[in-house]
Design a protein around this ligand. Structure first.
Ligand code: ATP
Length: 446
């Protein structure tokens, strides 16, 4: 039944001054009147923006417009308080009354209209405080109260869905509740408010500069739990780094002791045989614990055939060089070279040998090779003739019954294995941990 709605609208028209509404009073249905929308034979929308309406909204009309969902009377010149029977429009969702001259407090009955989503009361003459009653509007998304005369502080409303909020240009004071601090400062300007997003409140100010604006103290936003977490993480990280360093030192120590162990074993072999290792101490103690000479001499002496002497002096057993490089050093020089263990492979131990002339080579001492000399020479010459950028060049070899040496160029940059699993990798990990720790610290406290 539209007649109560129609009657209410006509009363409204008669009660208010301003531009004559182009409503045909003879029409039985108001649904075609400008600004009026109906649904299921009831008026659901009344929009009369900017038509110079003046005077007070009469009490009694909204009790007949109970199905209203949108009421927009914005940008008029309406005065007085909101009529109490507006409370009967319990399905009202959108209330746009901004840009009028309404006065008095924001009526409490609004907080019983649970469907309200948009409330715009801005630019009026509303007085009093902002009520906590807005918390009773669970669907509220827009709350515009700017340009009024509201006083007091902003209550710590929950209003979880509010995405549009403005209380600027009122007479509000106090601190801005945390929930509203996410809104732009323009939502609060023109008041005596303090705190984020405006400048800090008096209690938070560390020091007031004699001139210029008051800068708020930088708030430490880290919670106690976060600080505890960072401290624990740092301690764990430090322990981890110390452990890594410990293992690193241990590894280095092992490497050294391995070299020394081999040397002492060879010394023992020679001493048992009543021989003196070649190259020390007469040569001033070459190397840091072991020499190729010791290795070769040990084997030759153990053999008891005196091949070392033959090789060095007789020229029968010589280093055989490949390629065009010619013969750059002889066996005697190699035997006198200081050496350190590079590592053990399947076919023997590799040594780094530094010759007196400064040349550095890698000498691989083959073990358990039982093939004949002819066969050895054939195979090793096949290897020596290989020429590829990814192959370490085999420069020379030495063959005797008990000693087989392969001489390669020394690759100073180490092996891929060491890079992936060795000290370099550990150092890189340490470095990474350290940088990561610095960044974390910087992020949290910087
Ligand atoms: N020419 C070289 N220059 C520098 N270091 C070398 C050279 N040749 C070998 N090494 C080092 O000596 C270690 C032992 O090398 P070796 O060739 O005896 O065995 P491998 O290749 O590691 O193992 P496998 O013999 O089982 O293939 C290597 O891991 C490498 O670090």
């Amino acid at each position: 039944d539209l007649s109560p709605d129609r009657a209410a609208l006509l009363t409204l028209r008669q009660s208010l001054g301003g531009r004559t509404l182009l409503w045909n009073a003879t029409a039985t249905s108001p649904c075609n009147w400008a600004g009026v929308t109906c649904e299921q034979s009831r008026v659901v929308t009344l929009r009369l923006p900017g038509v110079a309406l003046s005077g007070e909204l009469p009490t009694g009309i909204f009790s007949n417009l109970t199905q209203l969902r949108t009421l927009s009377l914005r940008l008029n010149a309406l005065t007085g308080q909101l009529p109490s029977d507006l409370a009967l429009c319990s399905g009202l969702r959108n209330l746009y009354l901004h840009g009028n001259l309404f006065s008095g407090g924001i009526p409490e009955f609004l907080f019983g209209m649970k469907d309200l989503v948009r409330v715009n009361l801005a630019s009026n003459n509303f007085t009093g405080e902002i009520s906590k009653g807005f918390d009773k509007l669970p669907r509220l998304k827009t709350l515009y109260l700017e340009n009024n005369r509201l006083a007091g502080s902003i209550p710590a409303l929950k209003v979880p869905k509010v995405i549009q909020f403005n209380v600027s240009n009122n007479m509000l004071n106090g601190s801005i509740p945390e929930r509203f601090q996410r809104f732009d400062s323009s939502s609060f300007s023109g008041n005596s408010l303090c705190g984020e997003p405006l400048e800090g409140c008096a209690g938070e100010i560390a020091s007031v500069p004699s001139t210029g604006s008051v800068k708020p103290e930088k708030k430490n936003k880290l919670s106690g739990g976060a600080i505890a977490g960072i401290v624990t993480g740092s301690v764990v990280g430090l322990i981890f780094i110390l452990l890594m360093l410990f293992f690193l030192c241990q590894k280095k120590g092992n490497k050294k002791s391995r070299s020394i162990d081999i040397a002492s074993i060879k010394h023992q072999e020679l001493e048992i045989l009543g021989e003196k290792p070649i190259g020390e101490p007469e040569n001033g103690g070459y190397g840091n614990g072991f020499s190729v000479a010791a290795a070769a001499a040990a084997a030759m002496t153990v053999n008891g055939k005196g091949e070392a002497a033959t090789a060095v002096n007789g020229g029968v057993k010589k280093l055989v060089f490949f390629g065009n490089g010619g013969r750059v050093f002889d066996l005697e020089e190699l035997l006198r070279a200081s050496a350190e263990v590079l590592g053990k492979g399947t076919f023997g131990t590799a040594y780094k040998a530094v010759l007196e002339m400064g040349t550095v080579v890698a000498v691989k001492r083959l073990k358990d090779v039982t093939i004949s000399e002819r066969e050895f020479r054939e195979k090793i010459e096949g290897v020596g003739s290989m020429d590829h950028e990814n192959l370490v060049p085999l420069r020379a070899y030495y063959f005797s019954v008990d000693e087989k040496l392969l001489v390669y160029d020394y690759m100073a940059m180490g092996s891929l294995s060491a890079l992936l699993h060795g000290e370099d990798f550990l150092l890189l990990t340490l470095l990474f941990c350290f940088v990561f720790w610095i960044l974390c610290y910087d992020c949290c406290f910087g």
